[in-house]
Design a protein around this ligand. Sequence first.
Ligand code: IFM
Length: 457
Amino acid sequence: MTDLPKTDLTKADFGENFTWGVAHASYQVEGSWKADGKGLSIWDTFTHGGGRIRGKANGDTACDFYNRYDSDTALVKEMGFDAQRFSISWPRVLPNGVGRVEERGLDFYDRLVDSCLEQGVEPWVTLYHWDFPQVLQDQGGWTNRSVLGWFEEYVDVVTARLGDRVKNWMVFNEPCSFVLIGHLLGTHAPGNRSLRKYLAAAHHVNLCEAVGARVVRANVEDANVGTTHVVTPMRTVGNTERDRKAKASIDAISNRIFWEPNMGMGYPVDDAPLLRGIDRYLKPGDDQDIRVDWDFVGVQYYQRQMVKPWPVPMLRGVPWISRNHREYEITAMGWEVQPDGLHEALTRWNSYNAVPKLYVTENGAAFPDHVVDGRVHDSRRIAFYEAHLRELRRAIQDGVPVGGYFSWSLMDNFEWAEGYVPRFGLVHVDFDTQVRTIKDSGYWFQRLLEAKSTEPA
Ligand code: IFM
């Protein structure tokens, strides 16, 4: 394709052993929601019942990845990537959450891993990307401390089966998203709006980070163990003491509560009075048991968040979108495009000095695509990736140890409460026919990744 925008970025800018991958997640792509003995997940329930989903969409069929994983993995390779990050559906392998293992579900992941390896694509597995078993949700889900045992059993089953071939493991995808949006804001499954549930779930998820990491290490020789966090740098319009406190509070509630306990730093309650009630869920010894020595942390960056002061002492601030202060391009998710936020996110995590390596495990954007004569043009997405990769290169040049970059996402898929409207893929999916078409952005990556490493693409 000669009409793709040129870039002076080269593969070599990112170092010799840099991992280039694409990411996606079980509920968002697999479909086959009842196939081969799979149990219900909270997202099955949420999309078929209480949840407000754009277009009344659901993941029943999604991208039919359950049946098309082999040819989809071929697309990963065709675009020049060498890694594919995917997640496991807990109720697909343990329909009742615990107890009886559904071999057909595990066999699917076995085949997927083998397909990756046969095609020269390294599998990177996330153990939990939001599709919690409904039967365990009925017993309180993440708010019930028994989840520590449930999760331990689940991780044991998965890693015992796949650990001979999968070396790269992430315990969670974005605890902030599924705990905060699912338990406090209520717009994601399980749809709770409760401060108590948010605090209980946050603490149990943080403990499960340690449980998961321990089980992976026990079952997998030479495991590379990490987790992923969405990193949302906060901004304020003003610069007063009230602005500073508002920013610190929202940062603590959405970012630090999920990062710092695992590093032995406790909960940031001084900056966020809202978090004080978390004490009620702490048991003796938790402060030690919660610690994790990660091999890496996956930084997921999409946007910065504007915050303004709010006269509620518990909260001090609220996330806020001001049309007057929108100086940036807006994606189909309504998110501002601010590439230098990626540099800020990586630099901030690096300043903790707690993990030897960072990966960008998600970064990408939803924009409307233009389908013309069999081509899918998405110049805004190409510009987005170009700008963000430049910021990643700048972070590496500044000494931040980043080992890889995963685009979100391989293909258009089910975008949770937003249904199928926002399209994040490098590959276009026609959801009526399941036909896949590599977008211009996919070819742009192909040219970057297949050029001789020092040549600009
Ligand atoms: O689609 C989601 C993904 O599941 C988690 N990270 C953010 C993506 C875009 O919203």
